[in-house]
Design a protein around this ligand. Structure first.
Ligand code: ZN
Length: 82
């Protein structure tokens, strides 16, 4: 068998599993995150307790730099509007 015929190495499988465990927790994706991110931002500003869905936003933001950028931009707008 040639090396290129090999399926995933155990190292690759390990990193994929690790990646999945980070990204598919609660199956929250970017689209869903962005749907709720304004709610999350408002909770943060009002220092309200966050619900379960909103907690997932926070979790997603911790893992996803793109959504965190959206969130930070939103926070600036909300703070400026006060
Ligand atoms: Zn995201």
């Amino acid at each position: 068998m040639k090396p290129e015929d090999q399926r995933l190495t155990s190292e690759q499988v390990g990193s994929i599993v690790k990646m999945l465990s980070l990204t598919t927790d609660r199956e929250f994706n970017c689209a869903e995150c962005l749907q709720h991110v304004s709610e999350f931002a408002e909770c943060q500003l009002a220092k309200k307790p966050v619900g379960e869905v909103i907690a997932s936003v926070e979790q997603h933001l911790a893992l996803c730099p793109e959504c965190r950028e959206e969130y930070e931009a939103l926070m600036k707008i909300l703070k400026a509007g006060k």
